[in-house]
Design a protein around this ligand. Sequence first.
Ligand SMILES: [Zn+2]
Length: 99
Amino acid sequence: MGNQRTRTIRQEIMDCLKNDSMTIRDLSQAVGIMEKDVCHHLEYIEKTVRALNKRVHVAPYSCLDCGFKFRNRKKFKKPGKCPKCKEGRIAPAFFSIRP
Ligand SMILES: [Zn+2]
């Protein structure tokens, strides 16, 4: 994958997030890349938008069983298990770019 394509993917992801709140899966399907690559790109995008006085807003992952919310999570990747009830059913986080 060339540098040009990488730049285009990041631009596409940023365009998606400016218009809508999306999950990692949504972005993966919209841009046509793997979910783990979406997480990787989001880390760069977060730095990029911060320089523009914007930020990546996160509606956090939450546990479907007990309602625990994964606030202040540093990574974009979906958590494996709920630390509170130890169940594995996690609702997706929604990401968007806001001023
Ligand atoms: Zn839980």
